[in-house]
Design a protein around this ligand. Sequence first.
Ligand SMILES: [Zn+2]
Length: 497
Amino acid sequence: MDVDQEHRLRSVFWADARSREAYKEFGDAVTFDTTYLVNKHGMPFAPFVGVNHHGQSVLFGCGLLSQEDTDSFVWLFEAWLSCMSGCSPNAIITDQCRAMQNAISIVFPKAQHRWCLWHILKKIPEKLKVCEAYDSIKSGIFNAVYDSLNQEEFEANWGHVIDTYELGGNEWLNGLYEERHRWVPAFVKDTFWAGMSTTQRSESINHFFDGYVHSNTTLKQFVEQYENAMGKRVQQEEDEDVHCFNAQIKTVSPYGFEDQFQQAYTIAKFKDFRDEVAGKISCQIERVMVVDDMEEFEIEEDIKIGEAGFLKTSTFHVRFNKQSKDASCTCRLFEFKGIVCKHMFVVWSKKKLTQVSEKYILRRWRKDVRRNHTFVKVSYANWERKPEWHRFNKMLVLFHRVADKAFDSDGKSERVMAKLLEAEVENEVCDDDTNRPMFPEVQKDSISLTAGRHRRWDGKRKAATWDNGDGCVGSALVSWGRASWWCESLAATMARW
Ligand SMILES: [Zn+2]
C-alpha cells in the first residue's frame, strides 16, 4: 500500500502466491489496463493479465490507483515487479496513455510496449464521425490496420486513406501514424504476444471480474470478491486441463507432424494450429528457389478482405533448411503467436515430414507440463480435493518420520540427506523444456535400453515402465505421472535403504 504524507491511502497493489507462480509460467506477455473500472473513490482498478496454456485470461496481480500520473504508475509497476521476483515481462500491452508509457520506460526499459488496438479503434467514431465520408474512411483505416501484411503495405494503405479523404491535417490520425510502431500489427509482429489479439484480450479483462466487482464495491468487498472471481478462473483452468486429457480433437491431414501437435497441445491451441492446417487449401506454391542448403518457397495465398469479402492474393516466403528441416515464414505468425503458420505447413507437407523439431511445439501451449502454480495452496483453489495434495502429504509424512529418526546424529542425518538427494536426482524424470524423460533408458521412442533395465517405452502415450533389477519398479506417464513415479521410486529407494 502506498500512503500520502497524511497517511491517506494513495494506491494499493496485491498479488497472491498462485498468481506469482503463474507469472513464472505465462509472464512472457502481459496486458495492463486501467479503463475497465473506476471505484466510487475515483480509483481506477488496474489488473495485470496474461494468457495461460488454454488461451484463458490469467491474473498476475492488480492495483487500485488514486491518480494516473507517472509517479503512481512507477510505484505500481515497481511493486508488481518486486513481487514477480524482479522478472520483467518481455512484452506489455496497455491503453494509450503518456504517463503509463513513461512509467514503462522507467520500470520495464527492455519490454516491448504496445498499445491496445481495441482502445485505439474504439475512438474512431468519436474522432472522425464528423467527416462526410465517415464509413469509407473507417473501412479504409480498418483495411490498412488489419489487412496490411507488412510495413510497406501499411504505409501504402494508410497513405491512400489520408490522401483520398484529405485527412493530412487531422491531428489524431497524424499522432497515431507517428507512433505506428506501437500499435499497428504489421509493426509489432516480431515480438511474441502469446496470441493476445488485443481486442479479445481487452474484452476478457473486462469479463475477468464481471459480476464480482462494480464501481460501488468497497475495498473490503473487493478482496472477498477477488477470491470468488479467482476461484472461478481456477476452476475453469482445471476443467480445461481435465478435458484436454480426456478428449482429443481430430487431425485433418495425413501428415505425422500434425499428430505431434495434437498429442502435445491443449485443445484450444491445437485448434489454432488446425485452423492453419485448414488454411492450406487457399495456398499454393508458386516457385522454389534453391541456395545451398536452403530452399525458398514462394507461396501465394488467397485472402478474403473486409466485410465485402473480395479476394486478394498475397505472397509469402518460407525458407526451409534441407538438413535441419527447420522453416521460417515472412508472415511471422509463429514469432508473434507461437503457432506454426499455414505456409510452413504447406512446405512441411510438401516435404512429407513425419516429425518436426520440438522447437516448434512451445512448452507454453503444452498440456503435458507440470506447472507449479497449480500446486500453490490458495484459499480459493480447493487444493485439498486434488489427488496431488494427497500424494504430496503422503510424502511429507514419510519425510517427517525419517527426519525424526535421524536428526539426533550427524552420521544418520547425512545418510538420509544423501539418499534423498539421490532420490531427487533419480526422480527428475522429465526434461522441463521438451518434457521428454531424461533417463538414458527412456530417452528414445524405442526400446534402446540400458542393459535390460528398461522394459517398455510407449511413444504414443508417452509412458514408460521399467525395472532396474534391484527392486525399483517405476512407471511414468510423462504428462501427469511424474508425481506417482516419484512416490513409487521413493518408496523403493527407502525400502532398499
Ligand atoms: Zn506464414
